[in-house]
Design a protein around this ligand. Structure first.
Ligand SMILES: [Zn+2]
Length: 92
């Protein structure tokens, strides 16, 4: 048994980790998980882009639409930062 880990193995683990992180970030922002998973695995800098990206869809527990202006706001916020109107709590 050797304690030496081949650089290729480390690189592989980094790629997998970046892919998984990208997948979770994409899911949180209502974006396509598979595509972002692959993109982040191949080009990890895209993780940053995804991190600051605005959501595209409503994601339960993360983002919802303002009923007045239709912009996506944080799930728990009580007012819309775009039209400054008060938003009632989301009811299913
Ligand atoms: Zn609004």
């Amino acid at each position: 048994m050797s304690d030496y880990v081949k650089p290729a193995v480390i690189l592989f683990l980094v790629i997998i980790a970046a892919g998984i992180a990208g997948g979770f970030l994409a899911a949180d922002r209502g974006r396509r998980v598979a595509g972002w998973c692959l993109l982040c695995a191949l080009f990890p800098p895209f993780l940053l882009l995804l991190y600051v990206a605005r959501p595209l869809l409503e994601v339960e527990g993360m983002f919802r639409r303002c009923l007045k202006c239709g912009e996506l706001i944080k799930w728990r916020s009580t007012f819309c930062k775009f039209c400054k109107s008060e938003v009632t709590r989301y009811r299913k």
